[in-house]
Design a protein around this ligand. Structure first.
Ligand code: G3I
Length: 391
């Protein structure tokens, strides 16, 4: 199956997703629309093609200098450009589950209130980030007692039921499970939960079945960062095996979240953009969609480590690389939602997690530190405007 083909089931599913978007996002929160559409926000442009555009946002107290609901300048960018948002950290176990039988939704609730007040839709990220590194310490040290599998299942089930019930009618698309694999070997990464249950597959299947039982109509997503850069072959193969296994076992997963933290480590001299395995990446996307999965770009940003220091050259390089990537992804009609992992450079996780060798900040987001758009924003507008329309 190629990126251009779409099944009737997917078309119908897409139509229902669109009507949901129209209810939740309405005409979009963009400001300053002109008759020519030149000043439209990215979500407004996307909507004309049956797409949606959004971003991650964090919690922050009013006035905080962060990519959060508390920063008026950041809010303005989000409200201009986005039709949906996703909490950057506030729905994770680390934030919401301080103990086995304790929950704290204060920060995420504030994000939900903000989204509702602006007519923005919300995605759920994530019901289970299956990595010891990103679990609360109490999970890693947990005593599962005499019946470990039963107790581990209780922890997972109670978490998913609690979250999905609390946001029932509010969140219609969830990253049910996030990042299961070692990206070099493609092997599953165990947690105390999967050790107690006997296998990672047992945990993942339980998570999806629990989410489906609670949310018969929601979009249930497996989310991961396999990508098109060289060296990602084992990671892509692992994700394909997982998705094949879901189909064989009847695990109710609807879509693959392609995080899209795309990266320019080295520059290809012929094209002037970051090296990437185009054929292998298309094969991967063809196989995923061929199994009937929809696609979402859940965490889009661009690591510019391989580009020179000069800002103008870097911004142009980022826009060019993003364009090459997005042209591939937008060719898949199964793709409808595109979310940036933050809108403004200085608040991006990449500044801390992937610093440049020259110590300069990454130019990784659609907007710069002065809250003015980068060429990346113009590239996104152009890509969305010229994208093939969804049914
Ligand atoms: O809020 C605390 C603060 O109180 C404390 O003083 C400070 C000290 O380190 O830490 C703050 O928490 C940090 C949190 O981000 C909020 O800024 C954590 O240390 C830090 O680990 C955490 O990083 C987040 C990371 O996920 C781990 O949860 C990043 O912001 C977030 O962008 C990143 O997002 C992930 C996606 O969820 C999954 N895909 C990959 C993506 C990027 O790593």
């Amino acid at each position: 199956m190629t990126g251009a083909s779409v099944t009737r089931r997917e078309t119908l599913a897409g139509l229902s997703a669109l009507s949901l978007s129209a209810c939740a996002g309405g005409a979009g929160p963009a400001v300053g629309a002109s008759p020519s559409g030149a000043a439209d926000g990215l979500h407004q442009i996307a909507q004309r093609k049956g797409l949606r555009f959004g971003s991650a946002i964090a919690y922050g107290a009013e006035g905080s200098d962060s990519g959060s609901i508390g920063n008026p300048a950041y809010r303005k960018v989000v409200e201009r450009e986005c039709g949906l948002i996703v909490p950057e950290n506030e729905m994770k176990w680390q934030a919401t589950r301080p103990g086995p039988d304790q929950y704290n939704f204060a920060a995420f609730d504030a994000i939900v209130r903000y989204a509702k007040s602006k007519g923005l839709d919300i995605r759920g990220h994530t019901l289970l980030w299956h990595r010891p590194k990103w679990m609360p310490a109490w999970v890693n040290n947990y005593d599962y007692g005499a019946r470990p599998a039963t107790e581990a299942a209780r922890l997972v089930t109670s978490h998913i039921e609690t979250v999905t019930r609390r946001y029932s009618g509010v969140i219609h698309s969830y990253d049910v499970v996030n990042e299961l694999f070692d990206d070099q070997s493609g092997a599953f990464v165990d947690t105390s939960i999967s050790t107690a249950m006997g296998s990672p597959e047992a945990v993942v299947d339980l998570a999806f079945h629990t989410a489906r039982a609670e949310l018969p109509d929601a979009e249930l997503v497996y989310n991961d960062y396999m990508s098109w850069e060289p060296g990602m072959g084992n990671h892509r193969a692992a994700v394909l095996r997982l998705l094949e296994g879901f189909r064989k076992r009847g695990t109710p997963c609807d879509a693959l979240g392609v995080q899209s933290h795309i990266e320019m480590r080295t520059i290809d001299r012929a094209t002037g953009i970051g090296t990437h395995d185009l054929k292998e990446w298309r094969d991967f996307c063809d196989q995923v969609t061929g199994m009937g999965y929809r696609l979402l770009l859940t965490e889009l940003d661009v690591k510019d480590n391989g580009l020179p220091a000069d800002y103008a050259a870097r911004d142009a390089g980022v826009a060019k690389y993003l364009t090459a990537y997005m042209e591939v992804m937008l060719s898949y009609p199964q793709l409808r939602d595109i979310l940036a992992w933050g809108m403004v450079d200085k608040y991006s996780w990449l500044q801390g997690f992937a610093p440049r060798a020259d110590g300069l900040p990454q130019r990784c987001c659609p907007y710069g530190d002065d809250f003015k758009p980068h060429p990346m924003r113009a590239a996104l507008a152009e890509l969305l405007a010229s994208a093939p329309a969804r049914a």
